[in-house]
Every structure is written in structure tokens, then in C-alpha cells.
Design a protein around this ligand. Structure first.
Ligand code: SAM
Length: 218
């Protein structure tokens, strides 16, 4: 079997699994998963496992998140064409690339603290000719005020509480999604309204690597 055929079959199998387990319900997100192949974002040593529904190791003891979790977070974020998105924790760039597909002519700003990972993500994005993801090297716990306000903010590392600067950088009506908690986290989706922040969704039992930095883990 050719390599491309092998991956095509593996993507199909993963998509069937994600649909059966109700992690994948949105056809736009399905299209993003098909068009942004995960095997382009995993280290060479992990290629055989690219379509297993599990997190995989990256450099600096970090991980590319599990496809089921990336799918759920992407669906909850309810991304629309033309939006401006801030992601904290670029890692491999896979989640950024999925968001970039969904915003179309919009933009994704993604902040990563490890230079090795920022470079790895930029290389992966370049190979797919993705030019609307802007990888920023720095401490994402303070956000990226230069391009604020954002329509959507997604944090892909565990935080004890959602950093206040990120709430400040969210536009009114916008959504922010983060794994919140210590050893185990809840995925929390909040909306900014004229009356303050309201919780839209909350689901427990997720595990992410920690968010570090000024407003991250001490
Ligand atoms: N979204 C990534 C992907 O698609 O591969 C996976 C992200 S990984 C679970 C979490 C990432 O958050 C790691 O790359 C880690 O270095 C990064 N991180 C942790 N604290 C950070 C901070 N304060 N600022 C920026 N990045 C941070």
C-alpha cells in the first residue's frame, strides 16, 4: 500500500471513531481534519501513530494533543470565516492549522514559549503553504495585546485559572476556551458579554501539560 493510501485509510478510520464517540459532529471540522493531515505535524519517530487517538510526544517534553480533544475544542470554539483567533501553546502547529482552515481569510496568532517548538510549527505550517498563522515566540500567559481584541481565544495548556490579560484581550461577544485545573482539568468555555463573563460549557476529566509563565503555573 502506498504511504498516501495508508494515511488516507488511517484518517478515515480515525474520523469514523471520532464520529461514533460523538467527538466529531460538525462537517466543517471534519473537512478541516481531512485537509490538515496530522502526520505533517508529528515528529518523524511518531509517524506510525499519527492517526491513533492519543497525544504524542514533541520536543521539550511537550505533546501534540489527542485528535479527540483537538476536535472537541475546535467544535466548542465555533469558529467563523474571517475571525481573528489567539491560541496559547503552538506546540506542533496542528491546532493552529485547523483553526486557520476554518477562519479562511481570517488570522490566527499563536504564542509558544519554546523556540524549538515555534520553529518546528513554522516549518510544518510552511510545508502546507499556510500563511494566515502567525507564530509568536513568548509568554502566552500574558496574551498578545498587539493584535487584540480577538474573536476567539484558545489555551492549549492547563491553567489554574484563566489568565486575566487573556480575558481583557477578548472582544465582547467572543469566546475563550481553556483546560482549567491542577492534576486533572475541566474544559471551560466562557463568553464575554456586556455584563461580564458567562460560562457556556464545562466538562471534566481532561489532562494537559501545564501553562507556564507570569500568569501560569508557579
Ligand atoms: N496546540 C498544540 C498542537 O496542536 O500541537 C499542542 C499544545 S501542547 C499540549 C501545550 C503547549 O503550550 C506546549 O507547546 C508548551 O510549550 C506551550 N506553553 C506552555 N506554557 C506556555 C506559555 N506561557 N506561553 C506559550 N506557550 C506555552
Amino acid at each position: 500500500m502506498s504511504i498516501e493510501k495508508k494515511y488516507h485509510t488511517a484518517i478515515n478510520d480515525l474520523i469514523i471513531h471520532l464520529k461514533n464517540s460523538k467527538f466529531l459532529t460538525d462537517t466543517r471540522v471534519e473537512s478541516a481534519l481531512r485537509n490538515i493531515p496530522r502526520h505533517k505535524f508529528v515528529p518523524e519517530s511518531e509517524l506510525d501513530y499519527a492517526y491513533n487517538n492519543e497525544p504524542l510526544p514533541l520536543m521539550k517534553n511537550q505533546t501534540i494533543s489527542q485528535p479527540g480533544v483537538v476536535t472537541r475544542m475546535t467544535e466548542w470554539l465555533d469558529v467563523r470565516e474571517g475571525q481573528k483567533i489567539l491560541e496559547i501553546g503552538t506546540g506542533s502547529g496542528w491546532q493552529s492549522a485547523i483553526l486557520s482552515y476554518l477562519v479562511g481569510k481570517g488570522d490566527v496568532y499563536s504564542v509558544e514559549r519554546h523556540p524549538e517548538l515555534a520553529k518546528f510549527a513554522q516549518e510544518n505550517l510552511k510545508k502546507l503553504n499556510i500563511d494566515n498563522v502567525h507564530v509568536v515566540l513568548g509568554d502566552g500567559s500574558v496574551g498578545y495585546p498587539d493584535e487584540s481584541p480577538y474573536d476567539r481565544i484558545i489555551i492549549t495548556a492547563a491553567c489554574t485559572e484563566i489568565p486575566l490579560p487573556l480575558i481583557d484581550q477578548l472582544d465582547e461577544g467572543g469566546l475563550i476556551l481553556a483546560p482549567v485545573g491542577d492534576s486533572s482539568q475541566s474544559l471551560v468555555l466562557l463568553q464575554k458579554t456586556s455584563k461580564g463573563m458567562i460560562e457556556i460549557k464545562n466538562q471534566s476529566k481532561y489532562v494537559f501539560v501545564p501553562l507556564h509563565g507570569k500568569f501560569g503555573k508557579k
